[in-house]
Design a protein around this ligand. Structure first.
Ligand SMILES: Nc1ncnc2c1ncn2[C@@H]1O[C@H](COP(=O)(O)OP(=O)(O)O)[C@@H](O)[C@H]1O
Ligand SMILES: Nc1ccn([C@@H]2O[C@H](COP(=O)(O)O)[C@@H](O)[C@H]2O)c(=O)n1
Length: 212
């Protein structure tokens, strides 16, 4: 493994397909090669707040994230040290009590809505990707996922989208597209883009291995 892992940032709006793209890329490599770090798991811990209060948090604002901890963890991984990655509970709107120990790998994919919004995170990335999907598709995907997987009602998804997700997307997420090296339209079903990403990663790994 070269001195430092390769860091690939995968940004994009909620429901754009970041997780799906990331999983499609990971499937092309062995489990030992790519470590995925989700910015969502670094939402600020809210366990000290009553549940009702957690419902009022704006989870689409940059200040909702504990990027200091995320940056500390990325620096540990860059120095080939393991971290205790937090686990996030979307139903309870806070960090779980458990965490998981993860070891550094040759490639780190950092995935999240606002990873290109913090210049300290951008500075750590070798390749920056923005998954670009139309807003109508994103809201439909989000409705289906949040009701099925995140314990939400239709009304709450619509309310949150109108009051927080949409305005924050326009103010903070969409403008970060300009920092991307690669823009992937439509996300996980874009096989050409996934092929290009996988080839780029293979080339970087091959170069690192011949240097040793
Ligand atoms: N191309 C696609 N076609 C249909 N459904 C998709 C597609 N990409 C993602 N989804 C679904 O949409 C939801 C959101 O996708 P996900 O990859 O989790 O987006 P993000 O990580 O950007 O929020 C998931 O339930 C996923 O299975
Ligand atoms: N307690 C929380 C925390 C976050 N969210 C929403 O998650 C979205 C980001 O995750 P994606 O997988 O969709 O990128 C973000 O838009 C937050 O609104 C939430 O609903 N509840």
């Amino acid at each position: 493994m070269r001195d430092k892992p390769v860091v690939i940032g995968v940004a994009g709006g909620s429901g754009s397909g970041k997780t799906t793209v990331t999983r499609s890329i990971c499937k092309r490599f062995s489990d030992k090669t790519i470590l995925v770090i989700e910015q969502d798991y670094y939402y600020k811990d809210q366990s000290h707040l009553p549940f009702e209060e957690r419902l009022n948090t704006n989870y689409d604002h940059p200040l909702a994230f504990d990027n200091d901890l995320l940056i500390d963890h990325l620096n540990y991984l860059m120095n080939k040290e393991s971290i205790e990655k937090p686990i996030y509970d979307y139903k309870m709107h806070t960090r779980s009590e458990e965490s998981v120990v993860v070891e550094p790998k040759e490639v780190i994919i950092l995935e999240g809505i606002l990873i290109l919004e913090d210049p300290r995170l951008v500075d750590l990335m070798d390749i920056k990707v923005f998954v670009d999907t139309d807003a109508d598709i994103r809201i439909i995907r989000r409705m289906m996922r949040d009701i099925k997987d995140r314990g939400r009602s239709l009304d709450s998804v619509i309310d949150q989208y109108v009051n927080n997700v949409r305005p924050m997307h326009l103010q903070f997420v969409e403008p970060t597209k300009r920092y991307a090296d690669i823009i992937i339209p439509e996300g996980g079903q874009n096989h050409v883009a996934i092929d290009i990403m996988a080839t780029k990663i293979e080339n970087i790994l091959a170069k690192n291995h011949t240097k040793q």
